[in-house]
Design a protein. Structure first.
Lengths: 425, 421
């Protein structure tokens, strides 16, 4: 196994690609009791159209998430009970571009890991259990429909994108999931749960060689095909809508403002773009900016305000959100703030301080097992070795951040999503 | 291992020396009795302190200073721990060894905390009026926004109804009307009073030696004139009449909340058995509620129970179809009846023991979780270290679990019913 030490972070990551194509990543944490394992596939809600063995498939909206729920079924029953007997908690999540299954434990690591590898690689679905899940996921859809945080983002995506499948919700709708059958789930499983398309990542005081050996033992050496994802439609940089809104049971108006950015692509260039985007958000409306202080003191925003740069396969946005009595004025203040910032330029000392702060926060974040495991997986799918990030921070220049802001923060690329209270205030 | 030392009357510093982490953390809590007169003042105070100090007079100056300290963070800390409310600050900061050669973080950070606490920006001997007004507005918005998370909102309403005769029924952040009534003067007077009188709990997790932390913080408390007033002891829950309330709202999914009361609190021997029972009943993805009501009957996505040990209060919450309230309520009571009858398998008990043990062990692997455990456990009356707690979990018997179940009495039901307007 390849073992690499990153002295600036006091971290080690061990890597191996198994004969079946699975990437195994282990970040040993000597002296810790907790162990966390992620088994993740490069397949999320937006990848529902693909070509498998020469055949084009279009699976129903919500399929990746539905599959995530049903994989917990094994011929002998629900696998959570087996984990519980070992003192571990399994769970999973489906995002727009990734599905991950994970458990944490303090004892019985090897049997838990074996179980994780087994249940995720076993496509066992019955008509009855797939049908029964409609009720449970139907309730999850209702719950999300009542969540303003979910709705404001989904609505923003509908306003900003013309063709990218980020327009569709991860859970799907009661209508789309009604078309999901065991055959649909089997096809998606075969298409994207091939070891080649997956990563196994463990953080904790474990023997990396043992992790790799166990994965090989459970999954075998066979190389299985991976489906070809249908490319997303070419996306114009202008947003189809500049403003989208709805009413819900919320206390005060909530907004999310988005600026459409280019597809960041893959590899180091994508991560560089992400760091530039984060620094741009900080420079323009972060807590250290003149604009933030002014908007806060004017009562235009409050402590709920925050923002950053977000990336999903094939798209990225610069965004900020919060509660405000007057979301339109926040948008105008940000566009005006950009002019001032670009006219004056970001002072070199401020830029260095921003980089130091962002780097410090990323280093602190490594204390979290969950965040570390998630990032190792997500950046693996992006094609980047995550612990290399300190070097990228060093090389990013303020001119890149300014050029990014000039290009992205325009009226044309913007869309404002607002949720108003039911009752007029 | 924790080391505890006194920095003055009623002022205690506890250090959890640990050099495994990349960041350290410090919490500073002034401990107050939870009461209507103070709740909103205590909730507002730290937000105003974070608006500016003499040396760093506004939000931006504070952020720039924290950025210089490698992205250190300081936030408000307002907790409810049984009959107490704590008010103060929580900070997280990178360990010095990751900084560039010669840069220190811990010492300037602790110095900054003392400035935040003791050197607020003053105007005519009082907090700045505009800071107080804007933070009042913020706090009111935060309280009102609790409506946005329907499950938490419904639970808050249930606890309000069920505990209306107890301090537990006072919202953690106080009432909006009380926030509105606060003036810069009333808040400043309260601030001076609680600095003098409160029990102060300081908790540090990180690699620095205790003597160093103590020396850096001692300076802070040498500057306060103290007149320490002891806190009253924690009490069990005082409940009012039983009730079954329905609130209608334009939402897709109904939220059912149920409250059960038990004389067993964190201060009683049966507490560990009650925690295990909670796990078996509704604590995880293999609990009775989850397996029966979600997996078998497909009636919900989210369902679970929680036990508030400081008060002996068990809560159940579920997101359901509004037409299914009676059916789900019935099913919850049936699962409780099974527990009381002892229909719990050895596998369920073992799973609960393993889960609790594992979560207690994992507590020791994160600075934030360590702070959370030690920052609240002792205040609520839990006398055990995580290791002692684990031993008690391992020793618990089936009889004790069933006994715990038998002490639970269903008391209040609150239903947020979805209607289309």
């Amino acid at each position: 196994m390849n073992r690499q030490y990153y002295p600036a972070l006091e971290e080690t990551v061990c890597r191996e690609v198994l004969p079946n194509g699975l990437t195994v990543l282990v970040a040993p944490r000597p002296g810790f009791r907790k162990k966390l394992a992620y088994f993740a596939t490069d397949f999320g809600a937006i990848h529902r159209c693909f070509t498998l063995e020469g055949k084009a498939c279009e699976a129903p909206q919500g399929v990746a998430h539905y599959l995530e729920h049903k994989l917990f079924d094994m011929p002998w029953g629900e696998v959570s009970a087996d984990f519980a007997a070992l003192g571990a908690n399994p769970n999973a999540f489906t995002s727009y571009d990734m599905t991950a299954y994970y458990f944490s434990c303090t004892e019985n690591f090897a049997p838990c890991l074996k179980l994780l590898l087994q249940f995720v690689s076993t496509a066992y679905f019955t008509e009855e259990s797939v049908a029964k899940e409609q009720g449970i996921i139907g309730q999850e859809i209702d719950m999300a429909a009542d969540s303003p945080d979910s709705r404001i983002f989904e609505q923003l995506m509908e306003g900003m994108y013309a063709g990218h499948r980020i327009r569709e919700t991860i859970l799907g709708t009661r209508e789309t999931i009604a078309a999901i059958t065991p055959q649909v789930l089997e096809t998606c499983h075969r298409a994207f749960y091939s070891p080649q398309n997956m990563v196994l990542c463990v953080v904790g005081d474990v023997d990396p060689e043992e992790v790799a050996a166990l994965a090989r033992q459970v999954l075998g050496d066979e190389i299985c095909p991976v489906a070809q994802k249908q490319p997303m439609a070419e996306e114009p940089m202008a947003c189809p809508e500049s403003r989208v809104s709805t009413r819900m049971e919320v206390a005060m108006p909530m907004f999310q403002l988005g600026f459409k950015c280019e597809d960041p692509g893959k590899g180091e260039q994508a991560v560089r773009q992400e760091i530039i985007g984060d620094l741009a958000a900080e420079a323009l409306f972060g807590e250290s900016s003149a604009l933030y202080l002014q908007m806060y003191e004017d009562g235009l925003i409050d402590s709920s305000f925050g923002g950053g740069f977000e990336t999903v396969d094939g798209m990225s946005i610069l965004t900020c959100s919060g509660d405000s009595e007057d979301p339109e004025r926040v948008k105008e203040a940000i566009l005006a703030g950009l002019e001032t910032l670009l006219k004056e330029g970001i002072p070199e000392a401020d830029f260095l301080r921003m980089k130091r702060s962002a780097l410090g926060r990323r280093i602190r974040d490594l204390d979290s097992f969950d965040s570390t495991c998630f990032r190792l997986c997500a950046y693996h799918f992006t094609g980047y070795d995550y612990p290399e990030f300190p070097a990228l921070y060093q090389s990013v220049q303020k001119e890149e951040v300014q050029a990014f802001l000039r290009r992205v923060v325009t009226r044309q690329r913007s869309c404002l999503s607002v949720i108003y209270p039911m009752k007029e205030v | 291992m924790t080391q505890s030392l006194s920095l003055g009357p009623g002022i205690r510093l506890r250090c959890i020396p640990d050099s495994r982490f990349k960041q350290g953390c410090l919490s500073l809590q002034l401990v107050r009795p939870m009461c209507r007169q103070e709740a909103s003042l205590n909730a507002l105070l730290p937000a105003v302190l974070l608006r500016g100090t003499r040396a760093y007079p506004d939000l931006r100056a504070i952020t720039l200073h924290l950025d210089d300290l490698y992205g250190a963070s300081v936030g408000t800390l307002v907790r409810r721990v049984g009959d107490y409310q704590t008010t103060g600050l929580y900070c997280g900061f990178m360990e010095d060894r990751f900084a560039l050669e010669g840069d220190a973080i811990l010492a300037p950070m602790l110095d900054f905390v003392s400035q935040l606490l003791l050197e607020p920006v003053l105007e005519e001997g009082c907090f700045r009026e505009d800071f107080v007004q804007s933070e009042k507005k913020n706090l009111i918005a935060t309280i009102e926004s609790q409506l946005n998370d329907k499950r938490a909102y419904a639970m808050e309403q249930m606890i309000r109804v069920m505990c209306r005769e107890d301090s537990f029924g006072i919202p953690r952040l106080g009432e909006i009307a009380d926030v509105e009534a606060i003036t810069a003067k009333s808040l400043y007077d309260h601030y001076r009073k609680i600095l003098r009188e409160s029990r102060v709990e300081l908790l540090y997790v990180g690699s620095a030696p205790e003597e160093k932390v103590a020396a850096l913080l001692q300076r802070l408390f040498d500057r306060i004139e103290r007149n320490y007033v002891n806190l009253p002891a924690q009490t069990p829950l005082r409940t009012g009449p039983e009730s079954d309330t329905i609130m209608e709202m334009d939402v897709s999914q109904g939220k059912l909340c149920m409250g059960l009361v038990s004389p067993v609190t964190i201060r009683e021997e049966g507490f560990v058995a009650m925690q295990l029972l909670n796990y078996i009943f509704g604590g995880g993805m293999t609990s009775k509620l989850f397996m029966e009501i979600r997996e078998k009957q497909s009636l919900c996505y989210a369902i679970g129970s929680g036990f508030h040990g400081s008060k002996g209060l068990m809560t159940v919450s579920a997101g359901i179809d509004s037409a299914m309230k009676e059916a789900v309520q019935q099913a919850v009571l049936e699962q409780l009846a099974l527990c009381r009858k002892g229909e719990i398998t050895q596998a369920e008990l073992t799973a609960a023991q393993e889960a609790l043990r594992s979560s207690l062990l994992a507590t020791q692997d994160s600075p934030g979780a360590l702070e959370g455990y030690y920052g609240t456990a002792a205040l609520s009356g839990l006398a055990m270290t995580p290791d002692a707690y684990i031993r008690a979990v391992e020793a618990a018997t089936m009889e004790q679990i069933v006994t715990a179940a038998k002490t639970l009495t269903p008391h209040t039901v609150f239903f947020l019913k979805g209607v289309s307007t």
